[in-house]
Design a protein around this ligand. Sequence first.
Ligand SMILES: NC(=O)c1ccc[n+]([C@@H]2O[C@H](COP(=O)([O-])OP(=O)(O)OC[C@H]3O[C@@H](n4cnc5c(N)ncnc54)[C@H](O)[C@@H]3O)[C@@H](O)[C@H]2O)c1
Ligand SMILES: O=C(O)C(=O)C[C@@H](O)[C@H](O)[C@H](O)COP(=O)(O)O
Ligand SMILES: [Zn+2]
Length: 364
Amino acid sequence: MPATDTVHIPLPDDRDYEIRIGAGLLDAPASWQGLPKAAAAVIVSNETVAPLYAQRLRERLLAVYPRVDVVVLPDGEQHKDWASLNLVFDHLLGQALDRKTVLFALGGGVVGDMTGFAAATYMRGVPFVQVPTTLLAQVDSSVGGKTAINHPLGKNMLGAFYQPERVIADLDTLDTLPDRELWAGLAEVIKYGPIADAGFLCWIEDNLDALLARDKAVLGYAVRRSCEIKADVVGQDEKEQGLRAILNFGHTIGHAIESGLGYGEWLHGEAVACGMVLAADLSHRLGLMPADFTARLRTLIERAGLPVVPPRLGAERYLQLMRVDKKAEAGAIRFVLIEALGRAGLHAVPDALIADTLAAHGAA
Ligand SMILES: NC(=O)c1ccc[n+]([C@@H]2O[C@H](COP(=O)([O-])OP(=O)(O)OC[C@H]3O[C@@H](n4cnc5c(N)ncnc54)[C@H](O)[C@@H]3O)[C@@H](O)[C@H]2O)c1
Ligand SMILES: O=C(O)C(=O)C[C@@H](O)[C@H](O)[C@H](O)COP(=O)(O)O
Ligand SMILES: [Zn+2]
């Protein structure tokens, strides 16, 4: 039995669930016991991950479910759309699978967000399980129940809050992850420090080389601490009425970069990393943080192999893209800014200051 860390997500109405983190969990029978019973399970994955892990998962699930199908989606952020989502519905309806069918999201955040959205809407809701296989998905996207697809005009614009039954994060699946994807995942790990835990930020700085070298014990701690922070936030504010917005640090500009470039050119984690540098600078320009915080964050992000200079889309284009951000209110663009190390909040920022900051960082 592999060593497993378990993080609990506290939610009302019997919807609380466990995030299990450890090496070898994919092959551990206990990972798949105690889930909702059904006549069928469906693994949703993509053309990169399915050949690596779908057969192993299918064999384990066949010990629990009489029938286990696999749906393979095209790979990439540009496919996080209606067409891919429909491939899932086409299969579920084509095979007349009933409303107890359990979906298993096997892959990164793209597969996880789409499978969650399919689960939220198929026959008005079927159970699903997250089996994240990227660092980013293990530390962030598999947890907390945000599900979505993109629209050409805005990121994650169509979706639902819908919680999984369980999250199984097998650290061994990270062995096959390309370096660039590992680094992208580190962006969301870094995020948790400034917004919620100054000590964790120091820990990341001290352990970055081990993380980059894929030391499994160190990676395991990064996944666990990230999930603990996210679970704590989601437990207090599941549907982002307030506090949960802090998880969007770096995302106002990050999402604009992703949609502005047409999805897929910059990875989500890369766009968020760069967005955090600019949000740190905005925090400084508004008098909340000293200038050396921006420098500190930029240094860490660069060490993690992540970009710190935004693409040159022009200030007007950025402002246009950010006006559809989900945090914008009454025409005002709002940013998650750092108020003290380990504390963040949502702040309306005047367009002129955003434009100046974008220009100062080479985006205009
Ligand atoms: N719901 C949330 O709370 C939340 C949080 C953060 C990000 N997201 C979303 O997550 C997405 C980004 O997720 P991501 O970074 O995991 O990207 P991704 O899902 O595109 O996966 C990255 C790449 O790695 C490949 N891959 C996945 N697992 C692998 C493995 N073990 N070995 C080899 N290759 C593997 C994938 O096929 C893909 O090519 C974005 O759409 C973002 O909006 C959602
Ligand atoms: O879980 C959350 O809440 C987050 O904001 C986590 C983010 O890392 C993630 O990218 C999320 O999908 C962004 O949410 P959105 O509401 O801005 O689309
Ligand atoms: Zn994110």
